[in-house]
Design a protein around this ligand. Structure first.
Ligand code: ZN
Ligand code: ZN
Length: 206
């Protein structure tokens, strides 16, 4: 994809998402009751995305509480902590899914099923070069796919690429527009980032 095609795709994604979220109040409290539940404890998943764990085996997100409980169960059987992390099975479907060498394969399966969290996880792996060759191009492509599937965090990460001018021309206003869509779609990280930027702006104008 050429830079022009990439920017056109991103402009189109932003315009559609802005239209979709036009009636959402950026400052309205996040509705916890409407959030997806952890399939084990049935409590709404934490609003901070980093407190949820995505398992590519079944494509489910679990709360850290349920994930840690399953590791602790292995430790209780006498397995050392480090070994328990390696042996860990998905707390929901019981498949071994956290091992580095078999993480990419189930992830690709979930991507075929159009699971937005699988694209997000794959994007992070490409960004960090974890289990795959490091590639910002592939990473951004995966973030775009996840955002196209409606994922709030995907929009935030595109904002990050614009803010830092990675693969796209640095553009503060486009970056903030992507963060705003992300916040309206429920990303707590995007809300915090926008608040921080607003504070900077006010401090600088004093
Ligand atoms: Zn849970
Ligand atoms: Zn699973």
């Amino acid at each position: 994809m050429t830079t022009l095609e990439l920017e056109a795709r991103l402009d189109n994604l932003l315009a559609t998402a802005q239209e979709e979220t036009a009636n959402i109040d950026l400052f309205a409290p996040i509705n916890v009751a409407e959030r997806e539940e952890c399939p084990i404890c049935l409590i709404p998943l934490p609003i901070e995305e980093e407190e949820n764990v995505f398992f590519p085996c079944c494509g489910k997100r679990l709360c850290t509480g349920c994930t840690l409980r399953s590791i602790n169960d292995i430790i209780k059987n006498g397995t050392p902590k480090l070994q328990a992390l390696v042996e860990q099975k998905c707390a929901f479907c019981r498949l071994p899914s956290m091992r580095n060498n078999n993480y990419t394969k189930p992830l690709k399966k979930q991507m075929k099923k159009k699971n937005p969290y699988a694209f997000l996880a794959m994007a992070q792996r490409y960004q960090d070069g974890e289990g795959v060759f490091q590639s910002y191009t592939k990473s951004l492509e995966m973030y775009i796919r996840s955002a196209e599937l409606g994922n709030a965090e995907g929009f935030s990460m595109i904002g990050y690429y614009y803010m830092n001018g990675v693969l796209v021309e640095q553009d503060d206003s486009k970056a903030l527009a992507f963060y705003e869509v992300s916040a309206k779609k429920g990303s707590v990280g995007a809300h915090k980032y926008l608040a921080k930027m607003e504070t900077f702006k006010q401090v600088l104008s004093i």
